[in-house]
Design a protein around this ligand. Structure first.
Ligand code: NI
Length: 396
C-alpha cells in the first residue's frame, strides 16, 4: 500500500475537509444535542452514497463501508462541543453564544468524513468492513458507552478501533501516543455541605457550612500528597464553590464540585472513598452534614493495545518521518474512547495542532483554542491507512 499516495489524496480534499470543519465550528452543539451536527454528517454520507444507521446513541451515526462482513475495523470521531464562549478572532467563529468547539471535535468529524470519502473511493478493494462511529457526548455524557451498548461494535464484530484527537501541545502535523494506559479514569464530584444558617453576627447559633467547606477542601489536598504512593498518579481538583449571597448571612448550605482522576479504576475508587470519608468526617466535626455524590459517568482509563500503538506508530513513521512521531507520557485527561478499548483492541492517537504563526497555542477547553487546519488532512490520511492496512493484516 502506498501511504504517500493516500496522503496526496487526502491533501487534494483538504479544502473540503476544512470547509466541513468550519461549518461545524460555527454551529457547536452540546452533548446529546448534536442534531444539526448529526444532520450534516448524514448529508455528506448521503452525497457519498455511504450507508449508515441513525439514530444510534440518540444523535450518533454509524456508517459502514465495504462488504458488510468481517473482518471489521472501526474509526471513531466525537461530535459534541463545550459550554465555553469563544474568544478567538477566526472568521468562522462560533455563532452560538456560550458554546464552542473548544476540544476540536469539529476537526475529528471533518477528518473522519474525509476518510469516508477516500475509503468510499476504494470500496472495491475493501475485503471486509470499515465502520465509522460518529458519537455524541464525549464531554462527560459517555456517548461512547451508549454507542457500545447499542451495538456499534457488533455485527460484524469490530476487531480493531482507532480514534484521533487534535493536540495543541504538539507541533502541527506530528503524532503521538503510547502503549498501555494513555488517559486517566475520571469521576465528577458533587459535594453538598449542609449546616444551619443564620445571622453572621451570632455564629454560635449557626453551623457554618462555609468554614466547614473550606476545611474540607484544604484537607482533600492531603489525599494525593500524603496518601498516594509518590510514584502513582492522582488528581483531586476542586473547581466550584457556591454558597451564600450576603455578607451578613451565614448560608445553610454550600455546593462544592470537582474532579477526581487516576490511571486505574482501583485508584479512582480509592480516591472516591477517601474524598467521601474526609468530607463526612470534617462535616461531622463541625456539626454539619456532607452529602457526597459522584454524578454522571465515571470514565475508565483509556488503555491502548501495545500492538495497535506499534502498528499506528509504524504507519506514522513511514508517512511523517521518525522525527514527527513520539511516545508520550500518560496524561490525566479522560476520554470515553476508553469504552471501546475495554472491549476491542485499539489505539487513541493524538495529532499535533500547535502553530504559533496562527496563534494556535492554547490548550483544548480554552476559549482561545485554535487548530492548525492545514494538518487536518493528515488525520484523514491516518484514518484511511489505519483502516486499509488493518484489513490487509486481518485478511492475511
Ligand atoms: Ni475532546
Amino acid at each position: 500500500m502506498d501511504y504517500h499516495k493516500i496522503k496526496d489524496e487526502s491533501m487534494s480534499i483538504s479544502d473540503w475537509i476544512i470547509s466541513i470543519r468550519r461549518e461545524l465550528h460555527e454551529h457547536p452543539e452540546l452533548m446529546y444535542e448534536e442534531f444539526k451536527t448529526s444532520e450534516l454528517i448524514r448529508r455528506e454520507l448521503d452525497k457519498l452514497e455511504i450507508s449508515y444507521k441513525h439514530p444510534i446513541a440518540e444523535t450518533g451515526v454509524l456508517a459502514s463501508i465495504g462488504n458488510g462482513n468481517g473482518p471489521c475495523v472501526a474509526l471513531r470521531a466525537d461530535m459534541d462541543a463545550l459550554p465555553i464562549h469563544e474568544e478567538t478572532d477566526v472568521s468562522f467563529k462560533s455563532k452560538i453564544d456560550g458554546k464552542m468547539h473548544a476540544c476540536g471535535h469539529d476537526c475529528h468529524v471533518s477528518m473522519l468524513l474525509g476518510a469516508a470519502k477516500l475509503l468510499k473511493g476504494k470500496e472495491d478493494q475493501i475485503n471486509g468492513t470499515v465502520k465509522l462511529l460518529f458519537q455524541p457526548a464525549e464531554e462527560g455524557g459517555a456517548g461512547g458507552k451508549l454507542m457500545r451498548e447499542e451495538g456499534a461494535l457488533k455485527n460484524p464484530d469490530v476487531e480493531r478501533i482507532f480514534g484521533l484527537h487534535v493536540w495543541p501541545q504538539m507541533p502541527s502535523g506530528q503524532i503521538g501516543s503510547r502503549e498501555g494506559t494513555f488517559l486517566a479514569a475520571t469521576s465528577s464530584l458533587n459535594l453538598t455541605v449542609k449546616g444551619v444558617g443564620g445571622h453572621a453576627a451570632v455564629p454560635q447559633l449557626t453551623k457554618d457550612p462555609v468554614l466547614t467547606s473550606a476545611r474540607i477542601i484544604t484537607n482533600l489536598q492531603s489525599i494525593v500528597s500524603r496518601e498516594l504512593d509518590p510514584l502513582d498518579s492522582g488528581v483531586v481538583s476542586i473547581t466550584v464553590i457556591n454558597g451564600g449571597n450576603a455578607s451578613n448571612v451565614i448560608p445553610s448550605d454550600v455546593i462544592v464540585k470537582g474532579t477526581l482522576r487516576s490511571l486505574t479504576m482501583d485508584g479512582l475508587r480509592e480516591l472516591q472513598k477517601r474524598v467521601k470519608e474526609i468530607a463526612e468526617g470534617i462535616a461531622q466535626t463541625h456539626g454539619c452534614e456532607a452529602i457526597v455524590e459522584y454524578v454522571g459517568n465515571d470514565y475508565p482509563p483509556t488503555v491502548n493495545d501495545s500492538d495497535m500503538w506499534k502498528f499506528a506508530k509504524g504507519i506514522g513513521i513511514d508517512l511523517l518521518g521518525d522525527e514527527n512521531v513520539s511516545d508520550l507520557d500518560a496524561v490525566m485527561g479522560g476520554e470515553d474512547f476508553a469504552y471501546y478499548t475495554e472491549k476491542v483492541k485499539g489505539c487513541f492517537v493524538v495529532l499535533g495542532m500547535n502553530n504559533p504563526d496562527i496563534d494556535a497555542t492554547y490548550s483544548v477547553h480554552h476559549p482561545m483554542f485554535k487548530a492548525d487546519e492545514d494538518a487536518l488532512h493528515i488525520g484523514t490520511a491516518l484514518h484511511t491507512i489505519f483502516a486499509l492496512k488493518s484489513l490487509e493484516e486481518l485478511n492475511s
